[in-house]
Write a protein that binds this ligand. Structure first.
Ligand code: GDP
Ligand code: MN
Length: 387
């Protein structure tokens, strides 16, 4: 689960990771009020969206006066910000962070990630912080240092010094940096984070380090242990159909193609997407209703996929095991009656109670296309979207 920069910075403050003074604003008026309270200029006006690259897209600007704060807030609030992470459609800016402008001596990069290969927390750091870290990673990977922390041992003093020296910090800044990194590590572990990133981490003229930007991603599977984080979720930043699917515990990811598909089991879902691709079509989603789905879940899965405007046909591929075919068929019939099916739907069903399932579908008099096997299903779906 992602959160906004202002929320990440609130969390940083609680863990004594230094950040600039600032607050979130939901209106131009609020932005002006916060700028006034900060008691000095410049202030920085920052678009709050769940994507990076805001600076380059025009979502981070310095204001030298209250009037300029107002102008910039008017400009950025309500704009559709396009960055390399938002995709061409961009993201609507509904919140701003207004903070005290900092004098920057150097811009550095600092990140913490879970490294699955070594089962450790990897600290990544670079002297080339700022806006182009992706390019640094691609073109000069040797300029990114990596230090692996054993989660059972925790972060050690020598590892902090290794990162600090690697960043070329002056010795006068080491103490400030050691405090920041050990506190950041504590936060990372305490909240089951999958990623914490500070880009840029800045060195100030008086040899202190400060998080100028803050990005935190939590392991969604661990959220049950952190109820306080749930209120930080911002549904405006998420795909509406994915939000809807999450209410019914459906494993759903919205994609670009036009063939909707409903499958039980993640492996079968991947295979089904491959088959759709092989047949020359493109999947519009990943939808795993799960091994033990109820008729209600199946109904909601179909309703959500049919609500997706880009879906031109649906492939239902079910292997009845724990989820029996008759239960599944009932879900399809219920959804069809409520929503009405106005696009081709191909059904391939196998497994437990398949005969009862087929009978339920046949008796319902729905306009479904039945497939003998997977190859047949793929062929029929390709024909359906080609028309
Ligand atoms: P991002 O582009 O989404 O990663 O947004 P950042 O929060 O990293 O801001 C982008 C850039 O704006 C930073 O790399 C800085 O160069 C600049 N910036 C942000 N805050 C300040 C500030 O307080 N003072 C100055 N001089 N520049 C800032
Ligand atoms: Mn940044």
């Amino acid at each position: 689960m992602k959160i906004h920069e202002y929320q990440a910075k609130d969390l940083f403050r609680r863990y004594n990771v230094p950040v600039p003074e600032g607050k979130v604003a939901f209106s131009v008026e609020e932005a002006k009020k916060i700028a006034g309270e900060l008691g000095g200029f410049p202030v920085v006006v920052k678009a709050q969206i769940h994507a990076g690259g805001r600076g380059k897209g025009g979502g981070v600007k310095l204001a030298a006066s209250l009037e300029e704060t107002e102008t910039l807030a008017e400009q950025i609030l309500g704009m559709t910000l396009v960055t390399h992470q938002t995709g061409p459609e961009g993201k609507l800016v509904q919140k701003l962070l207004v903070e005290a402008g900092q004098k920057i001596e150097r811009e550095l990069y600092l990140g913490l990630l879970v490294d699955r290969a070594t089962a450790s927390v990897v600290i990544m750091a670079s002297q080339d912080g700022g806006m182009d870290i992706e390019q640094v990673a691609e073109k000069t990977p040797e300029r990114i240092i990596k230090v692996y922390v054993d989660p059972l041992m925790g972060i050690q003093g020598y590892q902090i010094r290794e990162v600090g020296f690697g960043l070329g910090l002056p010795s006068a800044a080491m103490k400030s940096f050691a405090g920041l990194l050990s506190n950041l590590y504590k936060l990372f572990v305490a909240y089951d984070s999958s990623m914490v990133e500070i880009n840029p981490l800045i060195l100030t003229q008086d040899n202190a380090v400060l998080a100028l930007d803050a990005k935190v991603d939590f392991d969604s599977n661990a959220l049950y242990r952190h109820k306080d984080l749930l209120e930080l979720r911002d549904l405006d930043e998420e795909d509406p159909l994915e939000v809807e699917a999450s209410k019914f515990n459906l494993n759903y990811i919205n994609l670009d193609g036009n063939v909707g598909n409903i499958v039980n089991g993640a492996g079968l879902a991947m295979a089904t997407m491959d088959i759709i691709k092989n047949a020359g079509a493109t999947p519009a989603n990943f939808m795993d209703v799960g091994g033990g789905a109820s008729a209600e879940q199946v109904e909601n899965a179909l309703r959500i996929i049919l609500a997706d405007q880009k879906v031109k046909a649906v492939l239902i591929n079910i292997f009845g095991g724990i989820l029996r075919c008759d239960i599944f068929a009932q879900g399809v019939v219920d959804a069809a009656k409520k929503t009405g099916i106005n696009i081709p739907v191909v059904v391939r069903m196998e497994g437990t109670n398949v005969e009862q399932g087929k009978k339920i579908l046949a008796d319902a008099g729905l306009d479904l296309i039945s497939a003998r096997d997977l190859a047949d299903a793929a062929e029929k779906i390709a024909v359906a979207v080609a028309n």
